[in-house]
Design a protein. Structure first.
Length: 655
């Protein structure tokens, strides 16, 4: 364990002590590298393997930087939570009991830590049979640290390398059976909680000595849970609101806060970011600790939780009416009901959703046919949004293009219909490399076009309407979207399409062939929000909506327009190896939403197309587009819906 200096250090100085740069940068040979939440935290779901080892590549350098791996079986037998850290080789703790650490043979538990994650052994508790989730925290100033120490029996300070004032600290005696102690900034150092049970916050001078932690240390007193003479301890130290991560080194990725539930109006907690993970508990009620994360199902349909203080398997379902938290694009909210009772006070720790810019289009977009196994469609990245053609496939009429997203959960919309979402138990997102868990044999006529949210490429936003003109809705795209598709999920309103490529105060209907029409449904977009008027299609009072936001990302995606010539027309998207996905809509006259992809064929010959707005079978005997390294070519044989002299066309292309 590296020691910090006794004087207060900034995160930059603290990371320099590690041999690296601050939350936002890493110093290696004089160069700087931005650090994102993707680099220091991971929720990784996996299926146990009937093998001696299981390699988990979560993208975190746990071998070089160190950290904590927390694993829980989600289904099957109810077993303990298992916590491993790089400071205590071949040992584990359970968050749900007061036991000291246990020996953990490498062949059974954590086999090894790697530069991209860790390897499990053959124990059924963490890696064999059934389904598991792992939450991994990499050590990094401004985010997380692991500290071990030996107790003295009297008040003393313990150094940490967080480089900022901790927001939450979990302490466990490793040599004896003692309760977990929890410091939280919202309660202060006079209070103590226990991670391994549902007790309320206690006033205890003997734990944290009534002394607030600093950017270099925390204080423990004589209590045996934290400082018995000769006993050994581990502390997991979490930061709060250190704004030094991300592209501009100005983002917070973790926040520790509190609120009192309102039984009259509910609560909406503004974190300043959309979370992917949250731990919380009422501090004044005997209700347990809960963990929600977006990988297992934290969306507008489900709130799947696990409890750190018990061995229970995962609880899944829509419990929002009972007071479970619902995710928002700036935090989370609770309704007037509360599972903990009225007007309880909560503490929480929340972690920002992934937002690292992609290095290549293959990081955020993929096309696949039905595999016949699970997941049904393989992307090799986490899927946040998809368009699919299932049922009888692309060659059979009567099958809609289905549109779904992680935030919508086990439901999908039909692109050619104004209907509300259809519930689907097969629409499953808890895979690291694809989506869907349906039955059936492998099929090369069932398709999925899969997207991952990423800055400047795609964002997905859910929101509630309020019937106010000039109403703004926040987003996390990081750039001003050039194309927005909006659908009510509570009423049968048409899909609304808006783009900077349309005439001012006009819109398109996605489930229609109609030309752009007058109506200021969407007023404008910016790098942080988009503005709506009071139309029911986009902002009716009490209605619920989902919006898909797209932008141009250099070398990866292009939202643009072209003017038809009637001749072969090259559309330059700034790509180097052509487009793999193309969606085109004529805006100044009627025309379908033409969908092409490179798997079905973008070639110099016939190019099959589907119409996003139709359930018709694909058309295979036309040559309306050709390949072009910089983008795509619309041919002279294309109809007026794609290329007529003077016609105006909107397109979305992905490399």
């Amino acid at each position: 364990m590296k020691e910090c200096n006794s004087i207060k250090q900034s995160p930059i100085a603290a990371l320099a002590a590690y041999g690296g740069g601050a939350g936002g940068t890493t110093f290696t040979g004089g160069s700087t590298e931005k650090v994102y939440v993707d680099d220091v935290f991971s929720t990784y779901v996996y299926e146990g393997q009937n093998t001696s080892t299981n390699t988990i590549n979560n993208g975190l350098d746990l071998a070089g930087e160190g950290g904590l791996v927390w694993i829980k079986r989600r289904d099957g037998a109810a077993v303990n939570h298992y916590l491993f850290d790089t400071e205590r080789t071949n040992k584990y703790l359970n968050s749900n009991n007061d036991s000291g650490q246990f020996d953990a043979a490498a062949s059974s538990y954590i086999n090894s830590y790697t530069s991209t994650g860790f390897v499990t052994g053959d124990s059924g508790n963490i890696g064999w049979q059934d389904n598991f989730v792992s939450w991994s925290f990499r050590k990094a100033p401004g985010f997380f640290d692991v500290v071990t120490y030996t107790g003295t029996g009297s008040a003393r300070t313990v150094a940490h390398n967080l480089g900022s004032v901790p927001g939450m600290i979990l302490i466990k005696c490793t040599s004896e059976d003692k309760d977990w102690s929890v410091y939280h900034r919202s309660l202060g150092a006079t209070k103590n909680m226990h991670l391994n049970n549902n007790s309320v916050a206690d006033t205890q001078t003997g734990v944290f000595n009534d002394t607030e932690p600093t950017a270099t240390n925390f204080t423990v007193n004589y209590d045996g849970d934290v400082n018995k003479n000769g006993a050994t301890y581990v502390a997991y130290v979490f930061a709060h609101d250190e704004q030094s991560f991300g592209t501009d080194s100005d983002e917070a990725i973790i926040k520790c806060g509190g609120f009192t539930h309102s039984s009259s109006s509910g609560n909406e907690i503004d974190l300043g970011f959309e979370p992917q993970w949250i731990l919380y508990k009422p501090s004044d009620g005997t209700v347990g600790w809960y963990i929600w994360d977006t990988m297992r199902g934290w969306n507008v349909s489900d709130q799947s939780n696990l409890r750190p203080d018990v061995t229970n398997t995962e609880s899944t379902g829509d419990n929002s009416s009972a007071g479970w938290p619902q995710i928002t694009n700036t935090g989370f909210k609770l309704g007037t009901n509360s599972f903990a009772g009225d007007n309880k006070t909560f503490i929480y720790m929340a972690i920002r959703r992934p937002n690292k810019p992609p290095e290549a289009a293959t990081n955020v977009f993929a096309i696949d046919t039905f595999t016949g196994s699970t997941p049904n469609y393989i992307s090799n990245f986490i899927v946040d949004f998809y368009i699919s053609r299932s049922g009888g496939g692309i060659n059979v009429a009567g099958n809609d293009q289905e549109v779904g997203s992680r935030l919508l959960g086990p439901k999908f919309l039909k692109a050619s219909s104004n209907a509300v979402p259809v519930s689907s138990s097969a629409t499953v997102f808890d895979y690291m490399n694809g989506f869907q868990a349906d039955s059936g044999s492998a099929s090369n006529v069932k398709y999925a076009w899969m997207f991952k949210r990423a800055p400047g490429f795609l964002d997905v936003v859910t929101y509630d309407g309020n019937s106010q003109n000039s109403r703004t809705v926040n987003h996390n795209l990081g750039t001003a979207p050039k194309l927005i598709l909006i659908k009510s999920t509570s009423s049968n309103y048409d899909w609304i399409g808006w783009s900077t490529g349309l005439t001012s105060s006009k819109y398109l209907v996605v489930n229609s062939t109609a030309a752009e029409a007058s109506g200021a449904y969407v007023v404008s977009s910016s790098t942080s929000n988009f503005t709506l008027n009071q139309f029911g299609e986009v902002n009716g009072n009490g209605e619920k909506y989902i919006a898909y936001l797209f932008d141009t990302l250099n070398g990866i995606s292009k939202v643009g327009t072209y003017t038809g010539t009637g001749n072969d027309l090259n559309v330059d998207c700034g790509f180097s190896s052509g487009a793999r996905f193309i969606l085109i809509k004529r805006t100044d006259s009627s025309g379908g939403w033409y969908l092409y992809d490179s798997v079905r064929g973008i070639s110099s010959g016939n190019d099959p197309y589907l119409l996003l707005n139709s359930d018709a079978a694909q058309v295979t005997n036309t040559d309306y587009i050709d390949p072009l390294n910089a983008g795509f070519t619309v041919t002279s044989s294309a109809p007026a819906e794609l290329n007529t002299n003077g016609g105006t066309y909107l397109f979305l292309a992905v490399a």
